[in-house]
Design a protein around this ligand. Structure first.
Ligand code: SAM
Length: 273
């Protein structure tokens, strides 16, 4: 008899594209530290009164953080998952929920490749993307970051997270690095996942992709065998050193708020001064 998946054992994408049993876990899913994470990484700015774009914001986990001081009416969530946006809209009807039908091999395999980021007619002081480029190809990350720069107000900041494969996020209580943690999570859903073999493959990688928890591709986006160009889970890792080379004007910060993800801050110069 198969044991029931518990919250925390499945990845986000299963909550939207998984089995009925996995989708039913949504209401129990708790992602409450998003605002605190960015608040710390950005140095505790004033949020109230400022327009914020939550790129890949899903159902608005940022707003659900009990410490969040973003005004819902100034909050804009752009995501490829129409169903997640509908959930967010139910909870915060005064916020703005914008569907962006861009292809993502895992979250939106039916989407349109290379579709431009929607122009909302607003320049944002803050654009936040938590765990979005951890699920796109390297080329998509670059293309989207370039586009998002164009949506920043003068003096505004784009903050996005990434996962360093070799970083040990919780050394006091967990001996493994970020790749091991992800592989062990995949093994809970698929007992065939060979954690030690895949972990050994990732050693020394500048960046790597883990596809469906079972295929690890070093310094490569990897391949989807499926002709429909889809996979269920797609996890991308970059070392902090590599990401700094990719975005030379970015500031790389270690994880905050006891989370596993690093942060890259990109500031737009203030042309007004
Ligand atoms: C792991 S979830 C993180 C959700 C949310 N940011 C959070 O912190 O809880 C990744 C999100 O990115 C969205 N996403 C993936 N590719 C995207 C793209 N090209 N544009 C916008 N959203 C995207 C997914 O639909 C999903 O909601």
């Amino acid at each position: 008899m198969s044991s029931k998946p518990q919250t925390g054992e499945v990845e986000e994408v299963y909550l939207w594209r998984g089995s009925n049993e996995q989708r039913a876990l949504r209401s129990m899913w708790g992602k409450f530290g998003r605002f605190s994470y960015f608040n710390q990484q950005l140095g505790f700015p004033v949020w109230s009164g400022k327009p914020v774009l939550d790129f890949g914001g899903n159902e608005g986990n940022l707003l659900m953080d009990k410490d969040c001081t973003i005004d819902p009416e100034h909050y804009y969530c752009v995501d490829v998952l129409a169903e997640a946006l509908a959930e967010g809209r139910k909870r915060f009807p005064e916020a703005h929920w914008i569907h962006y039908n861009r292809y993502n091999c895992s979250f939106n395999p039916e989407g349109v490749r290379g579709l431009p980021v929607p122009d909302l007619g607003i320049k944002f002081e803050m654009i936040l993307a938590y765990s979005v480029f951890t699920h796109t190809t390297r080329e998509d990350m670059h293309a989207l970051v370039e586009e998002l720069r164009g949506h920043l107000a003068p003096g505004g900041t784009l903050a996005f997270t990434f996962i360093d494969p070799h970083f040990h996020p919780w050394p006091e209580e967990y001996p493994g690095n970020n790749v091991r943690w992800r592989l062990e999570k995949s093994r809970k859903v698929n007992p065939q996942v060979d954690v030690d073999r895949l972990l050994a493959q990732s050693e020394g990688a500048d960046w790597c992709a883990l596809i469906d928890g079972t295929g690890l591709y070093v310094n490569s986006n990897g391949n989807w065998r499926d002709e429909a160009q889809r996979c269920l889970t797609y996890n991308m890792f970059y070392t902090a050193e590599f990401l700094q080379k990719e975005f030379p004007d970015g500031t790389i910060l270690p994880p905050a708020n006891r989370e596993m993800q690093h942060c890259c801050l990109i500031r737009k110069s203030d042309e007004r001064v």
